[in-house]
Ligand binder design. Structure first.
Ligand code: CTP
Ligand code: CA
Length: 225
């Protein structure tokens, strides 16, 4: 594996990136979802392509152009994303989980439109599988990079996710702030790995993606010199 100073530093490297939200249907006309534009995941796909990687983009529904050269696997639900990611990470060197996966899905998918009845209503939900934890549990585990969007106590939550999910790197960002986050073209990241951390200050998501990818490539280089 080439050091990240070299042009084409990811040439021949297989990168799988999940991006966007998942969509969990309730009936034929309704779903629950997460806020996510997919911009960060798509920017990472572009940056990885520019560095010479083979890129598979497993994407939930977003309004973005697929970067030229990426292999798109379009999915809707977390279960579909799980299947696609597990299939494509068998031969991956790097997995980046940038998707906003719905933690739960409705327990029942109604065949017909659910009719309104009563003044209150409850939806039973069941937990979705943790996709990134499953990738990190593979025998031939790729380098696994997660994201964490937090509204409070970012450092503690991010470090806990790094450890509990057995990730190699986690990129955390504040959400619900004046700048950055979901729909924004700009963001800042605080990146943690076992034994270190680095701040990537507020900038446009394309610059940020290129900076994060260099950090990821350094970790891959350390793993496979
Ligand atoms: N993730 C995943 N599968 C899930 C949930 C999360 O792969 N079912 C991944 C995300 O893509 C992200 C990382 O796990 O890379 C952290 O997601 P986050 O929602 O912050 O963490 P959770 O473990 O779901 O914890 P919580 O939502 O309670 O903060
Ligand atoms: Ca979650």
């Amino acid at each position: 594996v080439l050091a990240p100073e070299k042009p084409g530093f990811l040439s021949g490297i297989n990168v799988v990136i999940s991006a966007g939200p998942t969509r969990e249907p309730l009936d034929p006309v309704r779903y629950i979802t997460n806020r996510s534009s997919g911009k960060m995941g798509y920017a990472l796909a572009s940056a990885a392509l520019s560095a010479g990687a083979n890129v598979t983009l497993v994407s939930g529904p977003v309004n973005l152009a697929v970067p030229a050269g990426a292999k798109l696997i379009a999915v809707e639900t977390a279960l579909q994303m799980y299947d696609a990611v597990m299939m494509h990470t068998q031969v991956a060197d790097i997995y980046i989980g940038a998707a906003a996966v719905a933690d739960y899905r409705p327990q029942q998918l109604a065949d017909g439109k659910i009719k309104k009845a009563g003044d209150t209503s409850t939806i039973a939900l069941v937990k979705n599988p943790d996709i990134i934890a499953a990738v990190a549990g593979l025998q031939a585990k790729p380098l696994v990079v997660g994201f964490a969007a937090e509204t409070d106590d970012l450092e503690n939550y991010a470090k806990h996710k790094l450890q509990s999910k057995n990730l190699d790197l986690i990129a955390a960002n504040w959400v619900g702030q004046a700048e950055g986050g979901f729909e924004s073209d700009r963001n800042a990241l605080q990146v943690f790995w076992p034994g270190g951390q680095q701040i990537l200050p507020m900038t446009d998501k394309h610059t940020l993606a290129a900076q994060l990818l260099k950090l990821i490539a350094e970790k891959l280089h350390e793993k496979n010199p």
